[in-house]
Ligand binder design. Structure first.
Ligand code: ATP
Ligand code: MG
Length: 649
């Protein structure tokens, strides 16, 4: 960002109060804010008490060596025991943990008792392979039940897992295996995507040819396709199936490594984020309980993310299982075999809480309103969003077409680094505003500051920071403490800087404005890409938009917009449409935000977790060769876009 603070252009006045019934029975009430503020450590200690500890902690927080935090010092617990065994011991063994739905239409049901047996067998199998407490295990799998089982087996024996997206290349996998020095890789022959088997094992074979740390590769049979058998390969069904169903979990230190997860790479080289045991599980479980108002006896919860992303770690595996929830887990893509597949799954399992990403919502808008209208979605009661700022128009569409104007929408801001939700409405408390993540959760001290680290007044914009350690914070970047300090703790003294821009509205509520790296400097004004994109998406013919600042001789930077029209919209080609959109943005935000150039494109470059990679669009707009594309879903998208942009040819 330049010297001035971020301009605050968008005015949004819609408000949605919590449903009275939900508010009346909410898990968490407004009192939690004051309680947490009075004594944050006591507040988090009370949330940690929701878990079972084998040894109590001596100190809630040790911050004597910042920025290296220790939470629940001296305490011991087993994450797998907390997620599985304790529910069985409490007589809830028959309760469903996962309704799993395969893409081809096959399904499996796993109760907590099933999960206990499977996780124990897998833990015994890992031990037989020589994996020990403190080792690292790389996991490269499709969205099948063996994936959470493998993660929990690692957690049970105290080996840290490193889950790598099933869509990543051999080189991306190799780099992550090497960085963590993983001893074992757990994979599958493949999974189903877009109606056909998608192989994984050949990618693993290629990766492990160059990773000396790997001793074995454990392979689940999912698709039944032929795989090459290497010396180190072991079939899951040969090894795991014959193991004992008994495994006694031991307590691990609260600060014992639980997992490493690499960030999505939107802003550059991925970072290996380290999460540990006690604080992580405390915040993942509490936020899942509070922000979704989860009632484990009656709710059916579904998070549509991939487990290879942090959202899947915290809100498909650890948070929901720690709370004894019944979840849906789905293997495939939302448009296979038809574009109503998600809504069909919600109808089938009577899902009550649904958590997805803005990119998915905008895709559904693009496909058309009639698709969700064909399914019974009346079981839903709470909707969530994560991953990018949600454009107000997408929020209202989600609330109306999926939530039938009855379900609160919680827009949850957090990161791989934060481990769990940080800023979000509470569904029974907050009067929500479309596009706003609203307020830091109880126990979280986040603020928006100017370039000197001073809080901006209400109505101002700047940098989002966290001022106090939180239980599920990253502990370091794996193997690189200095990079941890430099990346997160050196921009502002004593504060964690997340990399995101934000503003406070006149009520002091928070609006996320995207990465500060993406902020555009136009004629001396800092303009957020998010606000211009949201203005474009509020045009009835636009489903998705990505905006970047390109060097301009007159204005410093000029706004270049890439837009995808809504399904069925007519008159979306040519100069007239571009002029119409420019006028629309000028009216919503002011003439300063008017794009210089508008390109209608068929697709946008996105990471596997669904985020728009603006840095690549900036490369195109400024006619440069493309930066790191290894975490892109589909790199051919960039060719489609370059074809549309005369300057880039
Ligand atoms: P990298 O750091 O490698 O570029 P990444 O930041 O995309 O990867 P994640 O940790 O998955 O990887 O994403 C966190 C980021 O996602 C946040 O910093 C923020 O920019 C964005 N984000 C997540 N949720 C929200 C939300 N509700 N509103 C606005 N932005 C969000
Ligand atoms: Mg990031």
């Amino acid at each position: 960002m330049g010297q001035e603070t971020l301009s605050n252009l968008l005015r949004e006045t819609r408000r949605f109060a919590p449903p009275a019934d939900l508010a009346e029975h909410a898990n968490v009430t407004a009192a939690a804010y004051a309680e947490a503020e009075a004594n944050p450590e006591a507040f988090w200690a009370a949330q940690a008490d929701r878990l079972a500890w084998t040894k109590p902690w001596d100190t809630v927080l040790d911050w004597s060596n910042p920025p290296f935090a220790k939470w629940f010092v001296g305490g011991e617990l087993n994450v797998a025991y907390n997620c599985v065994d304790r529910h069985v011991e409490a007589g809830r063994g028959d309760k469903v943990a996962y309704h799993w739905e395969g893409e081809p239409g096959d399904s499996r049901t796993l109760t907590y008792a099933d999960l206990q047996r499977e996780v124990s067998k897998a833990a015994n199998a890992l031990l037989e392979l020589g994996v020990a407490k403190g080792d690292r295990v790389a996991i490269y799998m499709p969205m099948i039940p063996e994936l959470p089982i493998a993660m929990l087996a690692c957690a049970r024996i105290g080996a840290a897992h490193s889950v790598v997206f099933g869509g990543f290349s051999a080189e991306a996998l190799r780099a992550r295996i090497d960085d963590a020095q993983a001893k074992l890789v757990i994979t599958a022959d493949g999974g189903y995507r877009r109606g056909k088997p998608s192989a994984l094992k050949p990618t693993v074979d290629e990766a492990v040819a160059q990773t000396p740390s790997v001793e074995n590769v454990l392979v689940v049979r999912r698709t039944g396709e032929d795989v090459a058998a290497g010396d180190r390969d072991v079939w899951w069904h040969d090894l795991v199936d014959r193991q004992s169903e008994q495994h006694v979990p031991e307590g691990h230190d609260a600060e014992h490594p639980l997992y490493i997860l690499y960030t999505s790479g939107t802003t550059g080289k991925p970072k290996g984020i380290l999460h540990t045991t006690g604080g992580y599980l405390t915040q993942a479980a509490w936020t899942h309980h509070a922000v979704f108002d989860l009632k484990p006896e009656t709710d059916v919860y579904w998070c549509s993310a991939d487990i290879g992303w942090v959202t899947g770690h915290s809100y498909i595996v650890y948070g929901p299982l720690a709370n004894g929830a019944t979840s849906v887990m789905y293997e495939g893509t939302p448009d296979t075999p038809h574009r109503g597949r998600w809504w069909e799954v919600i109808e089938k399992y009577k899902v009550t809480i649904f958590y997805t990403a803005p990119t998915a919502i905008r895709t559904c808008m693009k496909w058309g309103d009639d698709i969700p209208a064909g399914f019974d979605l009346s079981s839903l009661r709470v909707l969530g969003s994560v991953g990018e700022p949600i454009n107000p128009e997408a929020y209202v569409w989600y609330r109306h077409h999926i939530g039938k104007d009855l379900c609160p929408v919680v827009d949850t801001w957090w990161q791989t680094e934060t481990g769990a939700m940080m800023i979000s409405p509470l569904p029974g408390v907050t009067d929500a505003k479309p596009g706003a993540a609203m307020r830091p959760l109880p126990g979280i001290d986040a603020d928006v500051v100017d370039e000197h680290g001073n809080p901006v007044p209400d109505g101002g914009g700047g940098y989002l920071v966290v001022k106090r350690p939180w239980p599920s914070m990253l502990r370091t970047i794996w193997g690189d403490d200095q990079r941890y300090i430099d990346t997160y703790w050196s921009r502002f003294d004593g504060m964690y800087f997340a990399g995101d821009g934000a503003k406070k509205d006149d009520d002091g509520d928070f609006w996320l404005l995207g990465r500060v790296d993406d902020v555009m400097l136009v004629s001396g004004h800092n303009i957020s890409t998010t606000e211009v994109e949201s203005a474009l998406v509020s045009h009835p013919k636009v489903a998705e938009a990505a905006v970047v600042g390109a060097t301009d001789p007159v204005t410093g930077q000029a706004i270049v917009a890439f837009v995808i029209p809504r399904g069925g919209a007519a008159g979306v080609e040519g100069e007239d449409f571009a002029a119409e959109l420019r006028g629309h943005v000028a009216k919503a935000l002011g003439p300063i935000a008017k794009p210089r150039q508008i390109m209608v494109v068929p697709e946008l470059p996105k990471t596997r977790s669904g985020k728009i990679m603006r840095r690549l669009l900036r490369d195109v707009a400024e006619n440069r060769s493309l930066g790191d594309v290894t975490t892109l879903t589909d790199s051919s998208v960039m060719d489609l876009i370059a074809d549309k942009l005369p300057a880039a040819k």
